[in-house]
Design a protein around this ligand. Structure first.
Ligand code: DAH
Length: 354
């Protein structure tokens, strides 16, 4: 076979392979195999030197034509394959604009914060100021200055989270000595406020509190309270009743009644628990209010003169009332929430309802 024939058959065979190349990788392999440094076209031309001089121009020309034809065919095929690859990618990435979109829910306040804000608004409307205190509190403010005797059961380490145990620093001490705890109520802020500010005092104190309870439908180890304190000249139990009755009607509805049951708290005297008429049965008795017609919602009383003693306020001149309510409890009563744990689980199916 003459070199010219060899070139022609290499061209025909390579054009066929180019036309068959299914992707860019195969096509490039064909290019390297034929036109590369060690390619077959280069191999054929290596035989050129052995030819008689007069034949060389014709073979040289023929080989150039073959190379040009192959390069052109490679370029065209490459463009076509690139096009096909692009179309395939576009098709794979295509967005179906007819599919329904994913809804983005706007953020909102947690129910506990909504209720807290609502209660704070009611009281600021009555002229109260907002006060706050630390969650890691001194035993002095949480218990001692609130007139709790040293043996009060709430002081036990099974009821209260203690932060610091000083027993090793106190020579000769056997039992635990603790002075810092996670506050068990917002009442210590009463003492902190009265230390700084002399009457008239009208404050509302929202905050987080802690007790060593296992979480169950009606208990959480961490929950929220709102404390109130009013100290002035001539404050009476009647003022306390009028204020709390008004607030309960604002919170639960004008049709609700309140009742004050005698109770005991170390820091108030007299003390009471306040019930609101049951919202489910309107007071006639149902499973929800355990057939009493009433639901308990807060504790309150007249500030004990002993507490005034700790903050240097003269109980002969000033009197005051105080109260404390649980925010989770208000939420549960208002929305019939059967399990307080739902308030801390963060399940959007629940939280979205409020
Ligand atoms: N601190 C009480 C508690 O956590 C609630 C309370 C009762 C607060 C009577 C008061 C009050 O200010 O006067 O159970």
């Amino acid at each position: 076979m003459s070199i010219i024939d060899e070139l022609e058959s290499l061209k025909a065979e390579t054009l066929a392979r180019i036309a068959d190349a299914a992707d860019l990788a195969v096509l490039d392999a064909v290019r390297v195999e034929v036109l590369g440094k060690k390619g077959s076209l280069t191999g054929v031309l290596r035989g050129l030197g052995a030819l008689p001089a007069e034949d060389r121009p014709a073979v040289g020309k023929a080989s150039n034509e073959v190379r040009t034809a192959l390069e052109q065919a490679l370029d065209e095929r490459k463009a076509l394959l690139a096009d096909v690859a692009l179309s395939a990618r576009v098709a794979a990435d295509a967005i179906d604009v007819t599919l329904p979109g994913r809804k983005r829910l706007p953020g909102r306040k947690h129910l506990i914060n909504q209720i807290t804000d609502e209660v704070v608004d009611i009281f600021t409307g009555l002229g109260y100021a907002v006060a706050e205190g630390p969650e890691a509190e001194l035993d002095y403010y949480n218990f001692t200055a609130l007139n709790h005797p040293p043996t009060h059961p709430a002081r036990s380490a099974t009821d209260t989270f203690y932060v610091r145990d000083l027993s090793e620093e106190v020579p000769g001490q056997t039992g635990p000595v603790t002075d810092v705890l996670l506050r068990t109520h917002t009442s210590p802020v009463q003492v902190r406020v009265m230390e700084r500010q002399k009457p008239p005092v009208y404050v509302i104190v929202p905050g987080r509190v802690y007790r060593r309870d296992i979480a169950d439908p009606s208990h959480l180890p961490q929950f929220h309270q709102i404390e109130g304190l009013a100290v002035d000249e001539g404050i009476t139990f009647g003022d306390l009743k009028g204020t709390l009755d008004y607030v309960c009607k604002e919170l639960f509805g004008k049709d609700r009644k309140t009742r004050f049951r005698p109770h005991f708290f170390p820091f108030t005297e007299p003390s009471a628990e306040v019930d609101v008429s049951c919202g489910i049965c309107a007071g006639s008795g149902c499973r929800f209010c355990k057939y009493t017609g009433w639901q308990e919602i807060l504790g309150c009383g007249m500030v004990d003169p002993n507490v005034f003693g700790y903050v240097d306020i003269d109980p002969e001149v000033h009197t005051g009332f105080a109260f404390g309510m649980g925010v989770e409890r208000i939420a549960a009563l208002r929305y019939d929430i059967p399990d307080l744990r739902m308030l801390v689980e963060g399940d959007m199916r629940f939280l979205r309802q409020f």
